[in-house]
Design a protein around this ligand. Structure first.
Ligand code: SF4
Length: 371
């Protein structure tokens, strides 16, 4: 029996609809649920960019879909591969008049025999960022627009294919730590993470998806209220308000006390252990005193701290901490009971720091919270 099709709607970009909205859209067209599932699978599992590829839909239905809908897809614009295997991608968005680009990075970890163990993708959620952290290349661009969930999933889909071709394996982890503050684009991040973890989408366990934030307190609480299954990572980067004020303008409105209050709320509701990110800067936040203060902030609940070695950014005074200072800092953390691991900087020979490639490509200046 052929599918019953009713009145066409205005042209809808299917990649802006989440699963429920796609179901409603199909229902409006008189299509049964399994058709919505098939279309969802074509869009997000098979990466279809045209209706003609959807070969298990009747020809009539494909023609009808062409009349009422489109499929937007971002385009790969540049790619750089580091000697350590890290691959950086630049994607061009489909804005008619603007030349917006975003970045994503594939970070491989290898077993001793050179076989890929983990393949982590760092995705972007916004074009630029409003929060203007002083160490961040994206922060220097300012904010232009939010990505849609389709644009986030496109990054993952494309990189999944590259991962298989380069390393013989699909990606194993996703982190929302690319361009933009993920919780500032809450709906997109949740919709895209839902699609990435959907068995009809990319089918990655939600436990392997991490959303990072500079500390948007309302949205941290919302994650807990919404019982989202994804991991949360707090980008702390400084162990006192005095130091955080110097490098992260967000701290003026959401200081460490208010951040702790939100994180305590999150922990009470989710009972999940907490993850903190801490970029180590030479002579700025790497002393014994800093380690002691960091311990006070994180030790009230089971937690781990990722000490990240900074990718130096041109024009930024803060520099990656020296190796001897890193070692002393790690010893001080251990002494103060902090569970910490070092994340080595990757892709040093390419522009692998967040926003560096887009800046190099000549990004214009957008809005910041300072303006
Ligand atoms: S570190 Fe994150 S929040 Fe800060 S400016 Fe960069 S992208 Fe924005």
């Amino acid at each position: 029996m052929s599918d019953l099709i009713q009145q066409p709607q205005k042209i809808t970009d299917l990649k802006t609809l989440n699963k429920e909205q796609l179901l409603a859209f199909c229902k409006q067209l008189g299509l049964p649920r399994f058709r919505a599932d098939q279309i969802f699978q074509w869009l997000y599992q098979k990466g279809a960019s045209s209706f003609d590829e959807m070969t298990n839909l009747s020809k009539d239905l494909r023609e009808k879909l062409k009349e009422v809908a489109t499929i937007n897809r971002i385009e790969p614009a540049a790619q750089q591969k580091s000697q350590d295997g890290t691959i950086k991608f630049l994607f061009k968005l489909n804005d008619e008049e603007k030349d917006y680009k975003v970045e994503a990075v594939l970070i491989p970890d290898f077993y001793n025999d050179g076989v890929a163990k983990r393949l982590t993708v760092c995705v972007s959620s916004q074009v630029g960022c409003v929060f203007g952290c002083s160490f961040c290349a994206t922060g220097k661009m300012g904010f232009f627009r939010n990505l849609s969930h389709g644009e986030v999933v496109d990054q993952v889909q494309y990189i999944n294919e590259v991962a298989e071709a380069e390393y013989g394996k699909k990606i194993t982890n996703i982190v929302y730590m690319g361009m933009g503050e993920p919780l500032h684009n809450y709906k997109t991040v949740i919709n895209s993470a839902d699609i990435i973890s959907d068995p009809l989408g990319i089918d990655l366990s939600p436990k392997r998806i991490t959303v990072s934030t500079v500390g948007l307190t309302k949205q941290i609480k919302q994650l807990a209220d919404d019982s989202e299954p994804f991991n949360l990572a707090i980008s702390l980067h400084a162990p006192s308000d005095e130091k955080r004020d110097k490098i992260m303008p967000i701290n003026a409105s959401m200081n460490l006390d208010s951040l702790e209050e939100a994180v305590r709320y999150y922990h009470r509701k989710t009972e999940k252990p907490l993850t903190y990110e801490y970029l180590l800067f030479d002579g700025f936040n790497d002393t014994h005193e800093d380690a002691k203060n960091l311990a006070k902030i994180v030790n009230w609940a089971p937690s781990k701290v990722n000490i990240i070695m900074y990718n130096n950014v041109a024009g930024v005074e803060l520099q990656r901490a020296r190796e001897d200072r890193l070692n002393a800092f790690m010893k001080a953390l251990l002494k103060n009971g902090v569970r910490a691991t070092v994340r080595r900087s990757r892709g040093d020979d390419i522009d692998a720091g967040c926003g560096q490639l887009a800046i190099r490509e000549g990004a214009p200046k957008g809005k910041t919270i300072a303006k």
